[in-house]
Design a protein around this ligand. Structure first.
Ligand code: RNT
Ligand code: ZN
Length: 422
C-alpha cells in the first residue's frame, strides 16, 4: 500500500514533466472526471437475467467459464455492482437489458414488460446518483430460437419483437425522465443464417420496416436516445447477418440515430478507432461497446492494449467525447465477475487518461507543417512520461484503491459474499 504522501509527491513530479511538454495534468483529470462509463449489468451474471431462464443466452452469444459466485437475484447483482462502483474512480452509469426486470417470479411476456418491472432499478440508481441505459433483449427466447426476430418472415413474430422494442424505448424514456439524464436504449438483434442464404434482400427490407415501426413514437432527447448496433457474424449465423454494419450505418445516417460500434463486431484487422471520425461526419453521436475480441467476437474483459488506446486517442484528439456514449460489452465467467467489471472499467478510464495526457496538440501542429519526423519523435517520447503517477493520484483523490489494493477488497468480498452463493 502506497502512502498518500508518496503518491502526491510522485504526482507533483509528474505534473512538472508533463507541463514541460505543454500538458496540463489538472485539466486532463478534470476532463476524465466528467466522463461517464455505462457499466453493463450482464457481466455480473453471465447474461442470464431474471426471467427464470437457466439456459445459455443463445442469439450467437457464448459465455464461457464456471467461476463460482454469479449474482442470481436483482439484490445480488446490485450488491456486486455497488462493490465494483466503489473500486472505480468517477461517477458512472449502469446498463440494463430487458431480461433484468423484476418480474416477481411471474412469467411476463416480453411484449408486456413495463416500467413497473424496473422501479427497483430506478430507485437504486436514484439512490446512488447514477444514470441508467437500456437494451431490448431479442435473444434467449422461444420466438428467437430460429434465428430471426425483427426480420422474421412471420409477421406475428415480427410484431412481437416490434412491441418488445417499443416497450423498451418507453421504459428507457421513463428511466431517463426519472433520473434526469437521458437513457440510451441500444437495439441489437441476432438475426442471421448459418449457411449461405438464397435471399439476402427480403430480411433486410423487413428489418428496415420493423425499425421504422419501433422508432415511430417520438421521445424527447432530454430523456431518451436511440442507438442501433450492427455486427459481422455470430455463432450459428456465420454466413449472413441481417443487421450488418453497412445496414445500420445507413439507417443511423438516414434516421439520425446514434450508431453503436462494438469493438468485437468487425474483421479482426479492421480498426474501430478509424471509423469514429468517419461516421461522426454523418450521425449525431455514437455509442461505443468497448469490448475485446480474441480471434473472434469473444467479449474478453477490456484491457489497455493498442486497440483501446487508439479508440481513446481518437475520442480525445478529435474532441468527440461530447458526442460519444461509452459503454462496456464483455462477459467472462472464468474469473471473478466483480473483478472483471473493475479491470475493464479501470482499463478504459486509464486509456482515456493516457490519451488526455499526451501532448497531442503538439503532434497536430507538427503534422500541419508537414514535419512528420518531429511528429513521430514526439509520439515516441511521450511514451516515456510518468503516466502511472497521475493515475495513482487520480485514484487516491477519488477515494478508490490505488494500484492492486482493489484486488484485496475483491478477494475479501468474494470470501464474505460471493462464495456463500451456492
Ligand atoms: C452482441 C452485441 C450485444 C450484446 C449485449 C448483451 O454481439 O454485442 O451488444 O453483447 O446486448
Ligand atoms: Zn455489443
Amino acid at each position: 500500500m502506497k502512502s498518500i504522501r508518496s503518491i502526491e509527491k510522485a504526482y507533483q513530479q509528474a505534473r512538472e514533466r508533463y507541463a514541460a511538454l505543454g500538458v496540463d495534468t489538472e485539466q486532463a483529470l478534470e476532463k476524465l472526471n466528467s466522463i461517464r462509463v455505462s457499466i453493463h449489468c450482464w457481466q455480473g451474471d453471465d447474461v442470464r437475467g431474471f426471467e427464470g431462464n437457466a439456459d445459455a443466452p443463445g442469439g450467437g452469444l457464448a459465455v464461457t467459464g464456471a467461476y463460482p459466485g454469479r449474482a442470481r437475484t436483482p439484490e445480488e447483482l446490485r450488491q456486486d455492482a455497488e462493490k465494483a462502483f466503489s473500486l472505480i474512480p468517477g461517477r458512472h452509469r449502469f446498463n440494463l437489458h430487458a431480461i433484468y426486470g423484476e418480474f416477481g417470479g411471474r412469467k411476463v411476456e416480453r411484449n408486456e414488460i413495463s416500467v413497473e418491472h424496473f422501479r427497483g432499478w430506478i430507485e437504486w440508481a436514484r439512490h446512488h446518483g447514477i444514470g441508467l441505459d437500456f437494451n431490448p433483449t431479442c435473444f434467449a427466447h422461444r420466438l428467437a430460437a430460429d434465428g430471426f426476430t425483427l426480420s422474421h418472415p412471420d409477421p406475428a413474430i415480427r410484431r412481437y419483437w416490434i412491441e418488445h422494442c417499443q416497450r423498451c424505448r418507453e421504459i428507457g424514456a421513463a428511466m431517463g425522465r426519472a433520473l434526469g439524464t437521458p437513457t440510451v436504449t441500444n437495439l441489437w438483434i441476432p438475426d442471421g443464417m448459418k449457411d449461405i442464404p438464397a435471399d439476402r434482400r427480403r430480411p433486410r427490407e423487413r428489418l428496415l420496416e420493423s425499425l421504422d415501426d419501433v422508432f415511430r413514437k417520438q421521445l424527447s432527447p432530454r430523456h431518451h436516445l436511440d442507438a442501433v448496433e450492427g455486427k459481422l457474424f455470430g455463432i450459428g449465423a456465420e454466413s449472413y447477418t441481417v443487421g450488418m454494419h453497412e445496414f445500420y450505418l445507413g439507417y443511423a445516417v438516414k434516421r439520425q440515430k446514434l450508431l453503436c460500434l462494438d469493438a468485437g463486431h468487425y474483421h479482426p484487422t479492421e480498426s474501430l478507432a478509424d471509423k469514429i471520425s468517419s461516421v461522426l461526419c454523418f450521425v449525431p453521436g455514437i455509442l461505443l461497446h468497448v469490448s475485446r475480441g480474441v480471434r473472434w467476437d469473444s467479449d474478453h474483459v477490456v484491457i489497455v492494449n493498442d486497440d483501446l488506446l487508439a479508440i481513446a486517442q481518437e475520442l480525445v484528439r478529435g474532441d468527440y467525447l461530447k458526442r460519444t456514449y461509452l459503454g462496456l460489452d464483455f462477459f467472462d465467467a472464468s474469473i471473478n465477475r466483480v473483478a472483471a467489471w473493475v479491470i475493464g472499467t479501470r482499463s478504459l478510464l486509464r486509456a482515456l487518461l493516457y490519451a488526455l495526457l499526451e501532448p497531442w496538440s503538439r503532434y497536430q501542429e507538427l503534422e500541419q507543417v508537414g514535419d512528420y519526423t518531429g511528429r513521430l519523435a514526439w509520439m515516441e517520447e511521450a511514451k516515456n512520461l510518468p503516466f502511472g503517477s497521475v493515475w495513482d493520484y487520480h485514484c487516491a483523490r477519488s477515494g478508490v484503491p490505488v494500484g492492486l489494493d482493489w484486488l484485496t477488497e475483491v478477494r475479501q468480498y468474494e470470501r464474505k459474499v460471493q462464495s456463500q452463493r451456492t
